[in-house]
Design a protein around this ligand. Structure first.
Ligand code: SAM
Ligand code: DTB
Ligand code: SF4
Length: 346
């Protein structure tokens, strides 16, 4: 597929410098830009002895991200709670009895003020979330378009996550300058029906196809720690890595077990499982941005640094995600400085 969208061209340019050429081994060439990964291959990578996995992932990471630059993405929930979908992990679903109360959508002006202050604290990308099953045409969508324009005018990348989209909505978002649309597959096709019943895996793939056709970059990933097997994790990565092109952005979330959701009692994952997931995503999708997303507070500094070392090149930056908390900005600045990776403010 030929994509002429300027965001995609810009993204490709920024990700294709190979300054660390001494690390450009045959190993890397062998795995470069494949879209035909088998489940067995992905499982084998995910299951490598940890040191081998880290080494292999780092070779790819160093080559595609010379200088270890990390993108800082700031998140804002524009429309919170009251969502009709039954995603078992989500504090914003009406099917879950959580402490999140539905709140009227934020106005364009206050969203843009938040975007401006995110930029001042060093964010490169501003991601806006709507707790919707799908976008509906009308005033709220018109406001979303204004927000996208405003964020782009500030010189930030703009990302929207708001459920399913139609072709014409995707085109309007593209015209407004939207950089990326986030729509996660969340888990493997096999585990999916244990998590969500109100929309299908195929519906999600269809939304991704529409976003791609409109020329908007795709942000698509998933969550670990929802009772899935290691094979489910490999299966999610295999679906992502066999999309052609790969999603430009792949958020890897660890479940934030929120009180009042059916997942409230699930125990936290072993942080090394997150490291494995990030490293494997990096190997199978060499040029994608791998985003270390929800659940960082449970990971600890050392595991986050291993994630940065083995493939993560973006974090959500700011004290809150959508409705749950995220590490403090100062703690993240220190983490990145201690790890010796560069970000917008360094
Ligand atoms: N309603 C839109 C949708 O589902 O696409 C956008 C918002 S939704 C909250 C964005 C993503 O956040 C979900 O797809 C899921 O992957 C992630 N997410 C939501 N709740 C989470 C939780 N408790 N722990 C980890 N990730 C979560
Ligand atoms: C993604 O994959 N993770 C972010 C972003 N995309 C929109 C959202 C995480 C939400 C965590 C739960 C919450 O704060 O409500
Ligand atoms: Fe939450 Fe999005 Fe699912 Fe709605 S569609 S319940 S906001 S994850």
């Amino acid at each position: 597929m030929t994509l002429l969208n300027p965001h995609i061209q810009e993204f490709n340019k920024s990700k294709s410098k190979k300054e660390d050429s001494f690390l450009d081994f045959d190993l890397l060439k062998m795995d470069d830009f494949r879209h035909d990964w088998s489940l067995e291959e992905v499982k084998e990578i995910l299951d490598l002895p940890l040191m081998d996995l880290l080494w292999r992932a780092q070779v790819v990471h160093r080559s595609y991200n010379p200088g270890y630059k990390v993108q800082l993405a700031s998140l804002l929930s524009v429309k919170t709670g009251g969502c009709s979908e039954d995603c078992a992990y989500c504090p914003q679903s009406v099917h879950n009895e959580t402490k999140v109360e539905p709140i009227a959508a934020l106005q364009v002006k206050s969203v843009l003020e938040r975007a401006r202050s995110a930029k001042e604290s060093g964010a490169d990308r501003f991601c806006m979330g709507w707790a919707w099953r799908e976008i509906k045409d009308g005033k709220a969508f018109d406001a979303m378009i204004e927000m996208v324009r405003g964020v782009r005018e500030l010189g930030l990348e703009a990302c929207v996550t708001a459920g399913m989209v139609t072709d014409s909505q995707a085109s309007r978002l593209a015209e407004a300058g939207l950089t990326a649309y986030n729509h996660n597959l969340d888990t493997s096709p096999e585990h999916y029906s244990n998590i969500i019943s109100t929309r299908t895996y195929q519906d999600r793939l269809e939304t991704l196809r529409r976003v791609r056709l409109a020329g908007i970059t795709v942000c698509c990933g998933g969550i670990i720690g929802m009772g899935e097997s290691v094979s489910d994790r490999a299966s999610l990565l295999q679906v992502l890595a066999t999309l052609d092109p790969h999603p430009e952005s792949v958020p890897i979330n660890a479940l934030v077990a929120v009180e009042g959701t059916p997942m409230e009692d699930l125990s936290s994952i072993d942080p090394l499982e997150m490291v494995r997931m990030v490293a494997t995503a990096r190997i199978v999708m060499p040029r994608s941005r791998i985003r270390l997303s929800a659940g960082r507070q449970q990971l600890g500094r050392e595991a986050q640094i291993l994630c940065l070392q083995s493939g993560a090149d973006s974090i959500f930056y700011g004290d809150t995600l959508l409705t749950t908390s995220n590490p403090e900005v100062e703690a993240d600045r220190k983490l990145l400085a201690d790890a010796g990776v560069k970000a917008n403010f360094s």
